[in-house]
Design a protein around this ligand. Sequence first.
Ligand code: C2O
Ligand code: CU
Length: 489
Amino acid sequence: MPVPSHPTRRALLFGTAGAAVLLAGGPRTLLGTGAAAPRPALPVADTAVLLDAAPVTVDLGSQTVTTWGYGDRVPGPEIRVTAGGTVSARLRNNLPQDTTVHWHGVRVASAMDGAPWLSQVPVAPGGVFDYHFTAPDPGTYFYHSHVGTQLDRGAYGALVVEDPDEPLGYDAEWTVILDDWLDGIGTDPDEALERVRDPGPNPMHSTLLGGIAGHIAYPHYLVNGRTPQAPEEFTAAPGRRIRLRLINAGADTAFRVALGGHELTVTHTDGYPVVPVTVDTVLIAMGERYDVLVTLGDGVFPLVAAAEGKGARAFAVVRTSAGEAPPASVDVAELHGRLPRLSDLIADPSVDLGNAPARGVDLVLSHGTKGTVWTLGSAGDFDTPLRVPVAVGERVRLSFTNTTRMWHPIHLHGHTFQVQRAAGRGPRKDTVVVRPRESVTVDVLAENPGEWMLHCHNLYHSELGMMATLGYGDTPPTGPDMPGMSGPR
Ligand code: C2O
Ligand code: CU
């Protein structure tokens, strides 16, 4: 599926069938044409989109499934806006359950954050909610349902905030959304949740893995909604410089991504620029995004996303010449090559938060004792849902210690923190993996008032209790419309 690169002006209008309609108001540069010259500044453009949350039947390539998505496709429509522009998104709920949309990684006002029973009352079946926000920071983001297990159905899509004055030179870009898929294939995510909650002796449970990066052996792993049997093909001319926007929308799977025959230059983590690092592969946990630049060789190349610890992969094809595509099972040496560690990544100076003193808060990732399976709490009390109080302008240093044997990609809503390294400051991120028995420390500059979720982005962990909040002021606001964490989630 060819992806148009940077029309000089664009606007998304409400579509009629739940699809976003892309109108380019000026000449378009088509993919793979043009030189890697600095691009002219984009005018700030606003975007309007209709997100019709509804049951949908989609073709994954090798199999047709019925799931819940936005409009008629999975992933949902890609939303693009220029930084400083506004997004108006009308959510229509045609699902049989409540729903919300969360703009993952975007510094929106709290009321637009889509956190059910925390920032908004979820939208009931048949209801409508208008999200309206300014996209302040350029980068690669995504949106997804934040109710129940809907994220592990098809309720997600890419959100790209273009830099009106893009400093990177590249010819074209390709959004690559990774996902783990089981919905409609003899099971659904609610059933999977029960299996993760209570892995009993039922033979059904044999799909549960004893892995450290995820629990579930999924029947499929997808790139842009396609199985490896019928992969998406990205085409460009040889020698072109491509920006890959890699997004992990999976619920329970980390992916190790490589492009056969190519090096990757990492330019952004979770939307924010880093000092570029050239590597062979990147490991992307649930909720994380990496932007990488590649200069394409001449041929037909495999893009592989190996499901970490699961012995299976997602797959797509990059084509710059005629010829047969490699099989999905092709050996890709880069998967075993240079992999950046968190400590190899450093924020670009333009987004460095500096090192003013910060108030320390210790958080523990653990197992509960009162029926919750996974917890994010304070030392000595894992079971009480934790609220970290902050004040506007304050700098807080959160230290997460993982006492469990699994990975936890911890995500904070409404903010992009800076990871602290032994040797100094690391990358800006909104989702950071805390590995088994490890600690990770991040600095948050508190400058976006509201109540914000802080949780593991393994959907099954957050659904089973690995959820806290960060809130401004000593006590959360209360009232019939703001039941805080006390309402159903
Ligand atoms: Cu993408 Cu609260 O999550
Ligand atoms: Cu977790």
